[in-house]
Every structure is written in C-alpha cells, then in structure tokens.
Design a protein around this ligand. Structure first.
Ligand code: UDP
Ligand code: MG
Length: 320
C-alpha cells in the first residue's frame, strides 16, 4: 500500500436519490474541497433512480467541458448502500471517499480525511458531533451502533455516518466479496486499521430524509435484519435455554405438587415444543436460509444503465 508521498488520486462517491434542490450546492462545495487536495480526483455521482430532475442535473455536470464529475445512472432505485457499491465499481482513486448528497456532513472535511488516511489507516470514519436529526432517528441509530459494536467488535463509533475514507484494497475486497449490506459495516470487517475523526453535522439543507417514508422504514428494518443474522443464533440459543428452564421448572413443580399439576406433563411438552420450533423458525428458516439464498443468487447490488463523463482514456490516470 502506498503512503502519503505516493498518493496520486482520490475518488468521491455520492449516492443521490431525488436531491435536485441540494445538487447545485453539493457539486460546488465538493469540487471546491477536492481542488484543495492538489491531487487527481473524480467525483462519482450515482443516480439511484431519481424522479425529480436530479438525473438531468447530473448529466449536465458530467458533460460540462473539463468536468471532474462522472454520472453513474442506475436503472431503478436500489437504496443508499447498493448505490455506493455501484459507485465503487466505477471509482479509480487510491483513496475513495463516500459522502451523502444532503450536505448534512460537510464536504469541506474531504482533505482532512484524505490526509488522515495517508497516515496509514485503511478506513477513516466520522463521528457526528452535535448530531442534527430528530430524536427517534438518533435513538434508532444509537441502538443500531451498539448492536453493531456488539456483533462486529469493531471500534467505529458512528456507523450511520456515510462520510468516510477507504483505501483502495478495502474497496477492491468489498467488490470481490459481492456481499450486500451496510457499507461501513462490511468494510470495517476487512481491516483493523480504522480511525475516527469528529465532524460537525448540519440539518438537511433541502428535502426530507428518505427514511421517513414507509418504504424507508422497511429499508431500515432490512438493514437491521442483516445485522441481526449473526446474533439470531444467540437469540435462538437464549430462547431454547429459556424453554429448557421452563420445562425443568414444570418438572420440579410436578414433583412437588403432584401429577395432576401441569396437565400430566402436557404443558411441559408444549413448553419444549413451542420454544424449539420458534427458535428454529426464526434463526434458521426465517433469516439464515433466506439470506443464504440471496447470496447464492449472487445478484449485483445494482444495475448500472449508463456512465456519463470522463472518457476511459482520461480515467487511466486513476488506475492505482
Ligand atoms: N439515498 C439513495 N437512495 C435511496 C435513499 C437515499 O441514494 O433510496 C441517498 C440520499 O440521496 C442521500 C443519502 O442516500 O445522499 C442519505 O439519505 P438520507 O439523507 O435520506 O438519509 P439520512 O441522512 O436520513 O440517514
Ligand atoms: Mg441525510
């Protein structure tokens, strides 16, 4: 892996879904931040099936003469993380930055993230100081972060913040694995060299968080279920243990209070049966088999319909 002296190129990947109102400021701020790097850079704008005119703005930005923008148009809406993975597949930089389009996390932090990555970290995460989301969202994030810490044992404190820097080998490994899920979590499993910086967090500049809709809530559930697949075996084990204790308790009470108690052992049988069936259904059939099936189908995270912008020849300089 090259160090700071050898670093020559940076890619910024931004997932975009109905952000037309935010785009002018986003493109301007991100480009200005990247110029300060004094390195080769490209800004990959992934249009995740927008329906509000964002696509036309992205096309225009990518087609402007001398533009550093590359528009990657997906054929439908897939969600924030599949869109980021699609952007990764087009990114050529040695350091790859991910950023949200709503300007909640400041693009001005890009140079700082790149220089910290160059100190020898594979991943630089950001912790949102003074987080500016509603309390239900903050509560959900807090629970999710704790769960992730527990499952992955990794130290990044704020997995929900997409402003992050990744070194090239991490992105290559992510693309090879074809695993789907939350990008920061998938990536954190691939290295120990992770650090966090504190950034300021602003309220959304324009529009509404996409996670406020019913579909957005379903997406949040789906992400949580992805996380839960590992601990489900633990949960299943705990339920089975509870069933065993219940059965033992009933056996004991039967010994103390006589045969008539607990319906001649029928309740004990039910205690065991329900618990084991429940645990198996939840842990094995519900999640594991479903997710193994998804993985076996090996579908791409998202289908790219068109890439507009820098020609392949121009982009050779981004080859690490
Ligand atoms: N986004 C996306 N596809 C979606 C939903 C969101 O690409 O289906 C993008 C969105 O345009 C933004 C980022 O993901 O750049 C984060 O979305 P949002 O601000 O709604 O999420 P929050 O900040 O509330 O977590
Ligand atoms: Mg946001």
């Amino acid at each position: 892996m090259s160090d700071a002296a050898h670093l020559s190129s940076v890619s910024v990947v931004i997932p975009i879904f109905n952000e037309a109102q935010n785009l002018p400021a986003l493109l301007q701020c991100t480009d200005a931040a990247c110029r300060q790097l004094g390195l080769c850079y490209e800004i990959i704008l992934v249009d995740d099936g927008s329906r509000d005119g964002s696509t036309a703005l992205l096309r225009a930005a990518a087609q402007a003469p001398g533009s550093r923008f590359v528009a990657v148009l997906l054929n439908r809406n897939y969600g924030q993380h599949p869109a980021i993975l699609a952007g990764f597949s087009q990114a050529r930089g040695e350091v790859i930055i991910t950023l949200d389009a709503d300007l909640q996390s400041p693009p001005e932090e890009i140079p700082r993230m790149v220089s910290i990555a160059c100190e020898g970290y594979d991943i630089v995460g950001a912790i949102r100081a003074n987080r500016r989301d509603g309390w239900p969202r903050q509560l959900a994030s807090c629970a999710q972060n704790r769960l992730i810490h527990h499952v992955t044992g990794k130290s990044t404190a704020d997995y929900g913040c997409v402003l992050r820097a990744y070194r090239r080998p991490i992105v290559t490994a992510l693309l090879q694995s074809r695993e789907s899920g939350i990008v920061p979590i998938l990536a954190n499993r691939l290295t120990e060299r992770i650090t966090d910086i504190e950034i300021s967090h602003a309220p959304r500049k324009q529009g509404m968080s996409h996670f406020r809709t019913l579909y957005g809530l379903y997406r949040l559930y789906d992400l949580a279920a992805t996380l839960m697949t590992a601990p489900l075996s633990v949960i299943g084990g705990l339920i089975a243990l509870a069933g065993f204790c219940m059965g033992m308790g009933m056996l004991l009470l039967r010994g103390l209070l006589g045969q008539v108690w607990a319906g001649d052992g029928v309740f004990t049988l039910f205690a065991f049966l329900f618990t084991f069936i429940g645990a198996q259904l939840m842990a094995l059939l519900g999640e594991y088999l479903g997710r193994i099936y998804q993985t076996l189908r090996a579908r791409p995270a998202a289908v790219i319909q068109q890439v507009i912008g820098a020609s392949p020849a121009d982009r050779d300089e981004f080859m690490p």
